[in-house]
Write a protein that binds this ligand. Structure first.
Ligand code: ATP
Ligand code: ZN
Length: 302
C-alpha cells in the first residue's frame, strides 16, 4: 500500500516508529477510538474508524514534516521540537510550531553532566570546556544566557561516553533516572529544559475539515488522558458518620449517596481524579467506612 496523495480531508498524525514515544503514542490514539490498517512497510497507517492516518517516522523528522505540511500534527518530545524551532530561528525564520497539548509522559530533563569526581560550582565552570550534546542549539542558547563561552561538540548519539573517549570534557544530555549517566561515571548538575511528550502542530492552526478533525481527536485524547487517572471509589458508611467520611474523600466530583435498605448505612461512590492511596483508604476505614473498593473507569460521558 502506498500512501495516498495528500488529501486535505484526512488528518495526518506523525508518531515515532520505534522508541520511547512509539507505544504510548499509539496507546493514546487507540484510547481516542482510532483504529488503523498498517502498510506492509509499517510506515503508514490508514485510519479506519476516523479519517485520521498515521505516519511512522524518526522523532527528529516530525517537526520538519509538520512544517512542510506533509503531516498536520505529531507526537514528539518538547526537546526535539524546541531544538528544531531554534534551528529555524537561527536561519532567520519565524516560529511555525506550537504545543497543542502537553501529554504528561515521556518526561525527561536536558541536563549538564560532569564527571562524578568533580565538584560543581556553577555554569561559569564550563568556560573553555568541550560540551558534547545532540541538542547543540538548546545548549548554545543556554550558554549564551549564562554568558559562558564553551565549545559545543555536536554528536548524533552516545553522548554519555564522549568524556571517556576524550571527545569532550562534559556532556549535555537527556536524563530521566540518571542511570545511564551513573554507568558512565557522570552526574547531572544543572537543568536546561524540562521535557515531556507533546502534540506539536502548526502555530497558525489547521484549515478546512482537518481543523475540525483535529479538534475532535484532541477532545477525545483529553478525555482519554483524564480517564487514565480517574478512579471510582465506593464504600459504605454509617449514615451518622457521613460528614466525617465525606471530609476525608479525595478531591474529585460530588459523591453519590444511596441508602442501603434495612440498615442505617449508606453506600457512597465518588470519582477521584488521581490515584487513591492505601493510606487514604485506611483513614476512611478508621472514620467508620467499610467495603472500600477502588475501580478503574473505562469510559465516561457526562
Ligand atoms: P529515533 O530513532 O526516533 O530518532 P531516538 O533515539 O531519538 O529515536 P528515543 O530514545 O526513543 O529517541 O527518545 C525519544 C524521546 O523520548 C526523546 O526525544 C525524549 O523526548 C524522550 N525521553 C524520555 N526519557 C528519555 C531518556 N531517558 N533519554 C532519552 N530520551 C528520553
Ligand atoms: Zn531521534
Amino acid at each position: 500500500m502506498t500512501p495516498p496523495a495528500p488529501a486535505r480531508d484526512r488528518l495526518r498524525v506523525a508518531i515515532q516508529k520505534s522508541g520511547r514515544l512509539a507505544e504510548p503514542a499509539r496507546d493514546l490514539l487507540a484510547a481516542a477510538g482510532l483504529t488503523w490498517r498498517e502498510s506492509r512497510d509499517r510506515l503508514f497507517c490508514y485510519g479506519e474508524s476516523l479519517p485520521v492516518d498515521l505516519l511512522l517516522v524518526r522523532d527528529d523528522d516530525i517537526p520538519g514534516l509538520i512544517t512542510a505540511g506533509v503531516c498536520d500534527l505529531g507526537v514528539v518530545g518538547r526537546n526535539v521540537m524546541q531544538e528544531y524551532e531554534l534551528g529555524r530561528e537561527s536561519a532567520g525564520h519565524e516560529p511555525v510550531l506550537s504545543e497543542w497539548r502537553q501529554l504528561g509522559w515521556g518526561r525527561c530533563r536536558l541536563d549538564i553532566a560532569i564527571p562524578e569526581d568533580q565538584e560543581w560550582t556553577g555554569p561559569a565552570q564550563l568556560a573553555g570546556l568541550r560540551v558534547a550534546t545532540t541538542y547543540p542549539r538548546l545548549l548554545e542558547r543556554w550558554l549564551r544566557d549564562q554568558q559562558v563561552e564553551a565549545q559545543v561538540v555536536p554528536l548524533s548519539g552516545s553522548v554519555e561516553i564522549a568524556p571517556r573517549l576524550g571527545q569532550a570534557d562534559v556532556v549535555c544530555d537527556l536524563v530521566s533516572t540518571g542511570g545511564t549517566l551513573r554507568a558512565n561515571q557522570l552526574k547531572p548538575v544543572t537543568t536546561l529544559l524540562h521535557s515531556e511528550a507533546v502534540i506539536a502542530g502548526p502555530a497558525a492552526g489547521l484549515e478546512d475539515s482537518r481543523g475540525e478533525l483535529a479538534e475532535l481527536l484532541l477532545g477525545r485524547m483529553d478525555g482519554a488522558l483524564r480517564l487514565k487517572e480517574t478512579r471510582l471509589l465506593m464504600l459504605r458508611a454509617p449514615r451518622a458518620g457521613l460528614p466525617e467520611v465525606t471530609a476525608l474523600l479525595p478531591e474529585g466530583g460530588e459523591p453519590t449517596v444511596l441508602s442501603v435498605d434495612g440498615t442505617d448505612e449508606v453506600s457512597l461512590q465518588v470519582l477521584c481524579h488521581s490515584a487513591v492511596s492505601w493510606q487514604r483508604l485506611e483513614e476512611l476505614k478508621r472514620a467508620g467506612a467499610s467495603h472500600l473498593m477502588v475501580l478503574p473507569v473505562e469510559g465516561m460521558l457526562v
